[in-house]
Design a protein around this ligand. Sequence first.
Ligand SMILES: [Zn+2]
Ligand SMILES: [Zn+2]
Length: 144
Amino acid sequence: MSTDPRAAIIRALDECGAQVGDCGHEPGDVDQCDNGCAALLGRYADAILAALDVRTPEFIMAQRDAGWPDMHPEDYCHQCGRRNMSWCAASRDDWLTATSEWASRTGREGICCPECFDQMFRDATGSKPIWMLTRWGVSDETVS
Ligand SMILES: [Zn+2]
Ligand SMILES: [Zn+2]
């Protein structure tokens, strides 16, 4: 299954029949259209991704190759491209268990959002994780 958000948006737009004018291509057949529908759906997808603040895998890979000039590596999920937050799994074991299949596909563990981790954890273990939000680097004594 592709996790490329841009490809998913283009597929969804294509399946609901988005076309240039009334070019007449069948819904789902944008790849066979010669009337500019693929370029149009690409522009729609880019606008939707920008409005939702989602990054594509290609953007994240280019950022990685360039040394992260425009984003911190943890700002976006490297799997779904959505905004990510600072978080960690409860243990390194949990992290490695959940992400091992992804790592074997991508050659690296990457950085993912809690929702993508949740899905990978369910897939890998058959059980579901639960969130616990806590402070980072602040001891109880310093909290008033
Ligand atoms: Zn078309
Ligand atoms: Zn994600």
